[in-house]
Design a protein around this ligand. Sequence first.
Ligand code: IMP
Length: 194
Amino acid sequence: MATNNPQKLIEARRILGEGFQVLGLADICCHDDIPETSLTLQGNALLKARHVWDRYGVDCFADDTGLEVDALLGEPGVFTARYGSLYGYGVEHDPDANIRCLLCKLKEVKDRSARFRTVIALIQGGETAPYSLFEGVVEGSITSEPRGLHGFGYDPVFQPNGSRLTFAEMGAEQKNRISHRAIAMRKMMEFLRR
Ligand code: IMP
């Protein structure tokens, strides 16, 4: 998996289960800071997967995730990881700053509907290294304040539809049953099994 995020690796291993052994970038001694310069989730997932294929020659998959808030016309979207820094809140990849920024933008806003969208790009060997894409979406809403201590990123402020808990209030197992990444990953798992 083209990631250095240990929490994503733990999630991926739990979701894919015992039939798969998932290695992260550190396991192949890749410490590159892979640029995510595309304006689409699909483009960034593909950039990451292709980087690993081109430089290390191993089959791999990469995910890119965006949080889409209806009242913000789909923002932060592809800028989800650096949302706070775009508006003067902390540095890129700072989850607390991202959440503060999001809650500030949604102050007084009634429609808090949002979704997490994940796109996974899978690259497998062969002369042309063809790729496949898998998408997972979970609908929900942004809470008025952070709740819960589990998970990562925006989990404390995202409450999936049909639940009274945020992702950060759920255990890993409960989140992995319904999450955007789990949906995309199960699609990839089915594809690999076939
Ligand atoms: P990336 O896919 O690692 O580039 O993540 C983009 C942004 O979305 C980062 O700020 C992550 O923290 C956030 N993010 C990705 N997946 C999740 C999730 O499952 N829950 C909460 N935040 C997430």
